[in-house]
Design a protein around this ligand. Structure first.
Ligand SMILES: Nc1ncnc2c1ncn2[C@@H]1O[C@H](COP(=O)(O)OP(=O)(O)O)[C@@H](O)[C@H]1O
Ligand SMILES: [Mg+2]
Length: 233
C-alpha cells in the first residue's frame, strides 16, 4: 500500500488526508464529490460519490466536539483513534483483508486514510467501489419465500462459521451490512471483525448480542442461525 497526502473536496471544503492506496486503484480526482444524503439518512456515516471512478467515499465523524467535550474529543477521537492509527477506516480495511483471505466476497477498496487537520470532524475516510445492481441483505431477505429464507440463513451461517473457525467474529453483524448481487452472492460491506474472546461466557454474550442486532425478522430464522453458530461460539 502506498502512502500519500491527498486533497478531496467535500461540500466545497478542501480537506487533506493521509491516505493508503493500492497501486492498481484508479486515481481519484480532486473535483467536487457528490453528496449522497439518502445514504446518510440510513447510516451513521457520511457518503460522497465520484461518478468518474464509481467510487463511494465513506466518512466517519468524530464522536465528540472539541468545543463541547474537549477532553473526551482529545482522548478518544484524537489520541486513541487518529494518532494510534486505529481509526474506523483502518479497521474496515484490515477486517476486509481477513474476509478476503477466507475467500469471502468483499468490496474493492480504493484507499483509506485519516484527516490531517484535527479540527476536521470527518476524521476517517474509506473509499471503495460502489456496487450497483445489488440490494441490502435485509431487502433481499424480505423478498424471499420461506424455503429460500432458510437457505439464505444457511449460507450466512456458513460464512460466519468459517470466520469463527479462523478465530474472528463480526462486531456488527446485521442484514444491512451485507449486499446481495444479481447472482445471489453475499458481499460483505461495513466490515469490522474482531478476535473471538477466549472466555466461553463472553462468546455466548457475543452470540446473543449478534442475534438481537441481526435485523433478521422472524424468531424461527434467528434460532436457525443460533443453532448453526452455537458450536463455534
Ligand atoms: N460499496 C457499496 N456499494 C453500494 N452500496 C453501499 C456500499 N457501501 C455501503 N452501501 C450502502 O450504504 C449503506 C450504509 O453503509 P455502511 O457501510 O453500512 O455504513 P455505516 O457504517 O454508516 O453503517 C449500506 O447498507 C448500503 O446500502
Ligand atoms: Mg453499516
Amino acid at each position: 500500500m502506498l502512502k500519500k497526502l491527498q486533497r478531496f473536496r467535500f461540500s466545497q471544503q478542501p480537506c487533506w488526508y493521509l491516505v493508503h492506496g493500492g497501486p492498481a486503484a484508479p486515481s481519484l480526482s480532486l473535483e467536487e464529490l457528490e453528496p449522497l444524503p439518502e445514504l446518510d439518512r440510513q447510516s451513521s456515516s457520511h457518503f460522497y460519490f465520484q461518478a468518474q471512478t464509481s467510487t463511494l467515499f465513506k466518512l466517519v465523524r468524530d464522536k465528540y466536539s472539541p468545543r463541547e467535550d474537549f477532553w473526551r474529543w482529545l482522548g478518544r477521537d484524537i489520541i486513541s483513534k487518529r494518532l494510534t492509527g486505529s481509526y474506523d477506516a483502518y479497521k474496515e480495511f484490515t477486517s476486509r483483508r481477513i474476509l478476503e483471505g477466507l475467500g469471502q466476497n468483499t468490496v474493492a477498496v480504493r484507499c483509506y486514510g485519516v484527516a490531517l487537520n484535527f479540527l476536521n470532524p470527518l476524521g476517517s475516510l474509506y473509499a471503495m467501489e460502489r456496487l450497483d445492481n445489488c440490494v441490502t441483505g435485509h431487502t433481499y431477505f424480505e423478498r424471499l419465500d420461506e424455503a429460500r429464507r432458510s437457505t439464505f440463513i444457511d449460507t450466512l451461517s456458513a460464512q460466519v462459521t468459517e470466520l469463527a473457525q479462523a478465530g474472528y467474529y463480526h462486531r456488527d453483524l446485521h442484514l444491512d451490512n451485507l449486499l446481495v448481487d444479481h447472482q445471489q452472492r453475499l458481499i460483505w460491506i461495513d466490515t469490522h471483525v474482531k478476535a473471538l474472546p477466549a472466555s466461553a461466557k463472553k462468546r455466548q454474550a457475543l452470540l446473543d448480542n449478534m442475534l438481537t442486532n441481526s435485523r433478521i425478522d422472524g424468531s424461527g430464522y434467528r434460532e436457525q442461525l443460533r443453532a448453526r453458530l452455537a458450536p463455534y461460539f
